[in-house]
Ligand binder design. Sequence first.
Ligand SMILES: C[S@@+](CC[C@H](N)C(=O)[O-])C[C@H]1O[C@@H](n2cnc3c(N)ncnc32)[C@H](O)[C@@H]1O
Length: 360
Amino acid sequence: MKLLATTNGGLEAIAAAEVRDLVGCEASVHHRGVVEFDADVEDVYALHYRSRTLHRLMAVVAEGTVTELEDVYALTARSPIAERLPETDFGVVGTRHGSHDFTSVDVAERVGQATIDAYRDATGTRLPVDLDDPTVRLEAYLYDDRFTLAVDLTGDSLHKRPHRICEHDAPVRATLACSMLRIAEWTPDDRLVDPMAGSATIPIEAALAARRAIPRPDLDPAFEVLPGYDGDRFRGCREEHTERSPTLDIEAREKRKRWRNCARVNRGAAGVENGFDVVSADAREASIDADCVVSNLPFGIRTGTDLRELYGAFVDRLREGDVGRLVALTTKPELLPLEPTDRYDIPYGRLDATIVVWKP
Ligand SMILES: C[S@@+](CC[C@H](N)C(=O)[O-])C[C@H]1O[C@@H](n2cnc3c(N)ncnc32)[C@H](O)[C@@H]1O
């Protein structure tokens, strides 16, 4: 079957590499923040307890070219949608990009009506609609003339890690942290330092990845209610998954005591107390030796920090030290006095951010 998987926009290639590593499927970009690939039900299970960069998986039900709104209805009505849904309430989320004389709400409405009609024709039952909290969620994408309809398999997004008890003011998403670690080509044998670690999202995700820990052990996936999926089998596979206990060399540095405390709380909740130290250090002054420096730098928006001075002194410490590679997330890449080896431009909430890669 064809799957779609969502991830952080601009990091589709990183997610595709993870999918290849975990289940051997070749993924390509469907549109920004979404990759597509062919996989089987066992792959769906594995990705739901092993993926660190994906947010949500969906099974494609219909695809085609659309010139007018009624094509959306026809493509949905002709699809095997009735076989893919259980007899329960559903909702449709429409996403539309490009120039059309109708809205994403119109797309969602046409898909909804076609689904009701197709299900009633096949079974005699009229499916109830719940737009607020549906048991089954359909995603309808219209990108220019390309229409794709998919059933959500995940439910609660995989990026919501349960160990994030203490929230930083400006936390990085766990899936973005994992993508940055992959960009850094970090392995558990490498020394990793996050010199401005805040609540230690990056060190925690590294320690969990090294252990092969399950990112969302608490997940009740949406696919459990769908025909063709076996929730017990999924839970059995998840329980049988084995972790490792490698010796790690990771350091979370942070200037502010408040965030060091927060980092320790989250580290404990993640069960990786022995995975790394949380230390007091000023990135403008502390010397640094590491295979990988991976950090979500302060953006200076709320703090009023002099970013030019901070970034300049930090890069001086990197140049003086013995550093293999830097992977840094910032909204002000121009303030880093270095020539990036690579960069990834990503949307970051309402801001534009960049992941800067630098190999000294
Ligand atoms: C964007 S936040 C990092 C958030 C973190 N990735 C998380 O998910 O919690 C940047 C952090 O850098 C810290 N910071 C700012 N200037 C610093 C300095 N000179 N040395 C060390 N840490 C600093 C801030 O206190 C803040 O916690």
